[in-house]
Design a binder for this molecule. Structure first.
Ligand code: ADP
Length: 363
């Protein structure tokens, strides 16, 4: 069975409505008008008019006039209605056809495809949601491309080092030694860290990281973390201190995720601070609890500051690569803080130190 398109359906339905309307008008008036006319003449005769001889002539004249006017009104009305319904169905169909074409193009990968606005409000709303969907798909695709390109860049360096050593050992140009094995282990560890961090980041960005929000007192966590990091610091390194009121209001947070964030901030502070101090400061303000990690390390250049929370960003590429940084830690931290309804920010001065602080909502 051949399917009749929407355009023809609209057109024929208009036409049908017109035929039924005009048809019923013609039939009803054909049946009733002469009768009413004759009745009218009889009434006139009743009042004393003498139209007996002219009656047949009058009735015939009326019928001719009626037939002619009906014929022309059907011809003119019918043509106008046909043209009008053709125009209306075309006007409705055109944006729908365009939408179908655009959907097909979008599916074929042309993600910058957008629909123009329409004067018909319902179609305009549909076009708007189509455009929103297309924009969000374009954004996802863009981020996916960036991630893959960043990722290949990150993976290439350790892989090149490992392959270089292995090839040189294979053709005998260097002898295997504990140092070389250590170097190889270091690079594979780096790869492992990168893969782990990435997994965590992709989970956090896709929103698959389960966040279990509960009222929590952060003081015991902060005390134990500061103690743990203090144990790792060398004699001539920086000192680490907790500056926290004895009674903390409860926050609504996932304590494991908060720990992850603080470990990352403290880890960075320790890594980038040769001497001086690292202070973990906690205070509450309105309905927020702020936690800041301030160090007296090398600091971050003003032009790098806006980028530190971007994934794979490292201010000093070579130094961080040697110290094993992947540039993912802060990207994960930011996502984790945001998932808990907070915000993380940074202030830093080159040569003076950096302060990373974030807040969590109070319970
Ligand atoms: P990484 O694993 O490289 O430390 P992060 O995302 O944690 O990755 O940090 C990104 C970059 O931000 C670091 O490479 C470093 O350049 C800079 N950075 C982060 N914390 C500090 C800090 N406390 N002092 C100086 N620079 C920092």
């Amino acid at each position: 069975m051949t399917k009749v398109g929407l355009r023809s359906r609209l057109f024929f339905s208009h036409l049908l409505v017109m035929i039924v309307g005009v048809g019923s008008f013609a039939i009803i008036s054909k049946v009733y008008s002469p009768r009413f006319f004759v009745q009218h003449l009889e009434q006139l005769e009743g009042t004393g008019f003498r139209i007996l001889y002219a009656r047949t002539y009058l009735v015939r004249g009326f019928e001719t006039a009626w037939n002619r006017s009906t014929f022309w009104s059907v011809v003119v009305g019918g043509t106008t209605a046909t043209l009008l319904s053709y125009w209306v169905s075309k006007r409705i169909m055109q944006p729908l056809t365009q939408m179908e074409r655009s959907t097909r193009r979008l599916a074929a990968g042309k993600l910058d495809e957008r629909l123009p606005a329409s004067e018909i409000p319902e179609i305009n709303r549909l076009a708007n949601s189509f455009n929103r969907m297309a924009a969000s798909l374009e954004g996802v695709e863009q981020r996916r491309r960036e991630l893959i390109s960043d990722l290949t860049h990150e993976l290439r360096t350790p892989l090149t080092i490992v392959r270089g050593y292995l090839e040189e050992m294979a053709d005998g140009s260097i002898d295997p030694s504990p140092e070389i094995y250590q170097q190889l282990t270091k690079e594979t560890k780096r790869l492992e860290r990168l893969v782990n961090d990435l997994q965590e980041l992709s989970k956090a960005e896709a929103g698959y990281l389960p966040i279990n929000l509960q009222p929590a007192n952060l003081r015991p966590l902060l005390e134990s973390l500061v103690e743990k990091f203090a144990d790792q610091l060398l004699e001539d390194g920086p000192v680490i201190r907790l500056d926290c009121p004895p009674q903390l209001p409860l926050v609504l947070a996932d304590i494991d995720r908060v720990e992850q964030v603080i470990v990352n901030l403290l880890g960075n502070a320790v890594r980038y601070t040769a001497n001086g101090s690292i202070i973990v400061r906690v205070w509450s303000e309105a309905n927020r609890l702020w936690i800041a990690v301030a160090d007296t390390g090398g600091g971050i250049a003003p032009e790098d500051l806006p980028h530190v929370f971007e994934r794979f960003f490292r201010a000093d590429k070579s130094r961080s690569r040697n110290s094993g940084g992947t540039g993912i830690g802060l990207a994960i931290s930011r996502r984790l803080v945001e998932l808990q309804g907070g915000k993380i920010e940074v202030e830093s001065q080159l040569g003076k130190g950096s302060t990373f602080r974030f807040y969590l909502p109070l319970a």
